[in-house]
Write a protein that binds this ligand. Sequence first.
Ligand SMILES: [Zn+2]
Ligand SMILES: [Zn+2]
Length: 151
Amino acid sequence: MTLPRETVEARLAAFREACVQKRLRLTHQRMEVFRALASSEEHPDVESIHRVVRKRIPTISPDTIYRNLKLLAEHGLVSVAGMSADRLRFDANMGPHHHFVCVKCGRIRDFTSRELEHIAFPAEARAFGAPCSMHLEVKGVCSACQKGRKP
Ligand SMILES: [Zn+2]
Ligand SMILES: [Zn+2]
């Protein structure tokens, strides 16, 4: 599944800007790794990103991809969406959003919710420190899996 071109362009523009601000060198490799992640709404793992980036940079290794993603995550330019099938999944959507995780195929889909925006941080969470964001993970069986289709 591909995202609308404007969404991808906006993510790339924000990424370039953030790299300049954080004085992070914008190498060709790094740009292609981010582009592959930003063009997907599948919350891909390293292997899936490698399959895409390899088309543009045939010599790149999964390890290089992993190191780039780890660095970008450390700088808050991408986030780790969680694990599925023991693999780390990455997310280029840095806006506030929540996830629907399919327990059958492992797909992670983004959603936003007006109702959830208005939920206050629980006192039990505030007891541990100062909260800054809240993320909800809804688990279930996606509609493709319900219909017995391959997503
Ligand atoms: Zn599914
Ligand atoms: Zn996401």
